[in-house]
Structure formats: C-alpha cells, structure tokens
Design a protein around this ligand. Structure first.
Ligand code: UDP
Length: 327
C-alpha cells in the first residue's frame, strides 16, 4: 500500500482528499495540529498530530510512514484574519511549508501536491483568469501562498522536487455520503454562514459590500465542489507518479456567481427565507475571481461532476443538517 502524507487532513478539503485517496487505493496519513481541524474528520487512514513548525516531528512522521508523496493542505486561510494578523499567516503558512518541504526533500519524498489559491492573482478587471495571469495578491493569505509556490520552484531546481500546484477558486459543498463536510469554528465562509443564518443558528448574514463594479454590486466568485476539487488532486498525484513534471493548474468552472446570486440559490435550494443585511466591504476582497479549467481538463482529464451551484448548496445543506464535529 502506498502512503501519502496529507497535511491538514483533519480540515475541510483535506478530509475529503483523504476519502478520495482511500477510494483510489492509497493510504492517507493525516498530519494536522487540530488548530482548525477536527480529529473526528480523520476517518480514512492513520492520524499523526503535529505542527508544521515542528521539524523534528515532521522528520519522525516521514521516517515512520515513508510516504510516496505529500499533499499539503494545512494552512491558515481566512482573508479577513490575514489582513489583521499577517505575521501569523507568514509564519504558519510560509515557515511551516518550508519546514515541510525541507523534511520531504531530506526524506527523499520528491512528489508534492500543493493547495494554492486564486487569491494569489489579485484583481484583474473582470477577466477570466488562467494559469499565466500575473499574480498580484491583495492580502497576506494570497501572498503567503504565492511565496510557497516560489519556494517549490526553487526546490525543484535545486533538489528535483516535482510538484503540482492547484490554485483553487471558491470551494463549497460536502461529501454526498455525509462522511465528511465543511465545519469551521469560527465560520467565515459564505455558503456555511448562509446555511447557519437560514437555520437560525446565527443572526442574518452580512453581505460585504454592494458597491463593487459588478452587475449587482456584490463580489463574484467561481465555486467548485469539494469532491471535484479533490478528484483533481488524485489526478495530480498520478501525473507526478507518471513523471510528467511540475505544473500549475487552476481549478474553477469558468462561471462566477455574485454573493446575491448565492443567496438567491440558497433560498431556492432550501425553500427558506435567507436573513441578510448589507455591510461595508471586507478589506482584502477581490471584486471578481473566475477561472476556466481548460488546462486541468485537457492535461489531467479533470471533469467536474458536482460543481453546479444548486448541487453544491444542496450537498452543503444536507451535511449542515446532519453533520458536525466535536473537539
Ligand atoms: N462574504 C459575505 N459575507 C460573509 C462572508 C463572505 O458577503 O459573511 C462574501 C465575500 O466578500 C466574498 C464571498 O462572499 O465575496 C466569498 O467569501 P468567502 O469568505 O466564502 O471566500 P473567499 O472568496 O474569501 O475565499
């Protein structure tokens, strides 16, 4: 059996990736500090609690499992927090990733799949982004991810570290079987916040700004189903196994939805009122982030299956009503 080290395997995307890896015949070994992850979400392979800043612990885990590859999800990932606490983002994301990359190279584990973000692009005046679009991040989250991409390139040149970088657009939805789902505390993401508001678990959602240069004035994002996203990671792993070399792929659908459109779709999926009010812009937000997936489709053979807004909200709603984790 082939072990894959999954950092952040107790988190939202990482836990779905572990399920996809297990279904593809791999053993996902979760490495997670449980600061934002949940041990309950580790269901598909061994769990090792540890921090990316702890190099000795990382070395120990590489020696114990001898993973064939790393999938690196563990990161702080909230735009608002990144604006107010940039030091945490640079230390945790960049120093932590550097430790992990050095530990992988020292262990001779030279296939690396990295979760990057569309936040590395910044604002580009209403264009559909592709992998060649210049990266000008507007916040420390995007900047920290771009820095890690640079580190990977240097380690490829110096040490032969083969890497696939996925720049995600907005990830939503949940495992349709209900094994794992999205559960953040505190929650900051649009879809789960909306479902909480619909369900009366919190007060109304605040829409962050209605004065953007978009048709309805609210920000536009490209939403991808988490199951489609992690399928791409398994294809990325195979790409590396086949010796195809380092590559960057955007994972989007080419279709953007405004915050108001997501609210309207949530109303029609749940058939409930969506309490919301209008607030000011959130610092660090881009106006529009939309990408095609031409490269991932052509080169990896990626075919998103569940990335329609109503399906994503429907899956999230089902999970929201039945699933949660506890510390
Ligand atoms: N958003 C909002 N109210 C909220 C949370 C998010 O209006 O309480 C908006 C946010 O400004 C962005 C979109 O919803 O335009 C998606 O935000 P999220 O935090 O889910 O993901 P991000 O785009 O920051 O990765």
């Amino acid at each position: 059996m082939t072990n894959i080290l999954v950092t952040g395997g107790a988190g939202y995307i990482g836990s779905h990736a572990c399920k996809a890896l297990a279904q593809a015949g791999y053993v996902p070994v979760t490495y997670d500090n449980l600061v934002t992850g949940w041990q309950d979400a580790v269901k598909f392979g061994p769990f090792e609690q540890g921090d990316l800043l702890d190099r000795a612990r990382l070395d120990q885990v590489f020696a114990k499992y001898q993973p064939a590859a790393v999938m690196h999800f563990a990161a702080l990932s909230q735009v608002g927090e990144a604006m107010s606490e940039p030091g945490r983002y640079w230390r945790n994301n960049v120093t932590g990733s550097l430790n992990l990359i050095e530990a992988a190279v020292a262990a001779g584990c030279l296939d690396f799949v990295f979760s990057s973000t569309c936040a590395t692009y910044g604002d580009h005046d209403n264009v559909v982004l592709d992998e060649t679009t210049p990266q000008h991040p507007l916040n420390a989250y995007g900047a920290s991810k771009r820095a890690i991409e640079d580190i990977l390139r240097d380690f490829e040149a110096a040490h032969g570290l083969n890497h696939v970088i996925f720049r995600y657009f907005n990830v939503a939805g949940a495992d349709p079987d209900g094994d794992v789902g999205e559960f953040h505390r505190p929650e900051t993401h649009l879809v789960p916040l909306l479902l909480d508001a619909i369900d009366g678990k919190r007060d109304a959602l605040t829409v962050f700004g209605t004065d953007y240069d978009t048709p309805d004035g609210t920000c536009i994002r490209d939403y991808v189903h988490v199951c489609d996203l992690v399928d791409a990671h398994v294809l990325g792993l195979r790409w590396l196994e086949q010796g195809k070399g380092s590559r960057v792929f955007n994972l989007g659908t080419g279709t953007g939805f405004s915050v108001k459109e997501v609210i309207a779709q949530s109303h029609s999926v749940t058939n409930r009122e969506v309490p919301f009010n209008i607030g000011p812009r959130r610092p660090g937000d881009c106006t529009k982030l939309v990408s095609g997936s031409t490269r991932a489709e052509a080169e990896l053979g990626w075919r998103p299956k569940r990335s329609r807004l109503e399906v994503m909200i429907g899956d999230a709603w089902r999970w929201h009503q039945n699933g949660h984790y506890e510390k």
